[in-house]
Design a protein around this ligand. Sequence first.
Ligand SMILES: [Fe+2]
Length: 168
Amino acid sequence: MVSDKRRAHIGRVTALLDEWAERMHLPAAEAQAWHDAGRWHDALRDATPTALRAIIDAPDLPDGILHGPAAAVILQQHGEKRQTVLEAVRWHTVGHPEWDRTGRALFMADFLEPGRGFMQTDRAFMAAQLPHNFDGVFRQAVRMRLEWTLREGNRIFERTVDLWNSVR
Ligand SMILES: [Fe+2]
């Protein structure tokens, strides 16, 4: 269901989360939550919009961001009860102003993972700085994502705007 390319991305995201968790000396439960959020966030990224809409009834959401909410539904059906993991996966594409560290860490790992082709030096620097300045790097990542969205002329979600206003 997940392509090789996607699997490689998921592996890099999860490896980055593990590395940060270790360097930040996170408690084991939080480190596990970060790892699991990374592992599951794109589980349905390659599913068709029709398949995703059969899982989640959200006519207001465009196709491109359905895979997060749909993956959260499936995880819940499989017994996942950690809200920190569910909320991270659910909103990883748009962001959420009330995220705890798991949601924030996943958002950053998804953006900063080394396999992406753009701004490699800047993003590698941010990834290296993160354990020393989690909030500062998060703010910068949200800003860069927002700028990219604007440049591409893509729709900006209210949650993304709220997220920016909560960190600026
Ligand atoms: Fe991703």
